[in-house]
Design a protein around this ligand. Structure first.
Ligand SMILES: [Zn+2]
Length: 67
């Protein structure tokens, strides 16, 4: 049986933003770095505003899909 690869997805609106951004990647770190860029570029957040609490919130809202 072939091992399926997992795709991780995160929707910005799942953490309370009015936003249609979706991050897709293979690893949590990949998602988190995309979110950090997105938060900075599209929400005008400063690096110090991307706290561990926010990271944990993002991690808790990452969905896995198998294909
Ligand atoms: Zn957003």
């Amino acid at each position: 049986m072939k091992i399926k690869s997992v795709m991780l997805k995160f929707k910005c609106k799942d953490v309370g933003f009015e936003c249609s951004f979706v991050a897709k990647g293979k690893t949590e770190d990949d998602i988190l770095s995309q979110c950090a860029n997105h938060a900075k570029n599209d929400h005008g957040m400063k690096p110090e505003e991307i706290t561990d609490e926010l990271r944990n919130k993002i991690k808790a809202n990452i969905h896995k899909s198998w294909f």
